[in-house]
Design a protein around this ligand. Structure first.
Ligand SMILES: [Zn+2]
Length: 111
């Protein structure tokens, strides 16, 4: 998709992706927190079952930590991608983050 300045029709358009970066960071943090909490809940249930089965406490701890880390990574990756997509839409259509390099005009894309 090629952009043009609505004032001078120059094709030299820079996109200032402020919201995309913020969205990706917020999405990653939120996704990681959610993934970790889901993993912790799951590992607590798993630990309770393991106690009933007389498994060693070291195994329970390792399982809990590994589950939290894996859950956090998976959640963070998903949240980051989602946040970046939302941020890019904000940048392109809402925040006037398309900048003409010829005349300096800032503009939105039509939604
Ligand atoms: Zn222009």
């Amino acid at each position: 998709m090629s952009l043009q300045c609505p004032l001078c029709s120059s094709p030299k358009i820079a996109s200032l992706r402020t919201a995309m970066k913020i969205g990706a960071a917020v999405g990653a943090a939120g996704g990681a927190a959610r993934g970790a909490s889901v993993a912790l809940t799951g590992s607590q249930v798993g630990a309770a079952v393991a106690v009933g089965l007389a498994a060693g406490p070291i195994g329970i701890t390792l399982g809990t930590v590994a589950g939290a880390i894996l859950g956090g990574l998976a959640g963070g990756a998903g949240g980051c991608a989602l946040g970046a997509q939302l941020g890019e839409k904000l940048d392109r259509h809402v925040l006037s983050n398309n900048l003409c390099l010829e005349c300096g005009h800032r503009f939105n894309l039509p939604v």
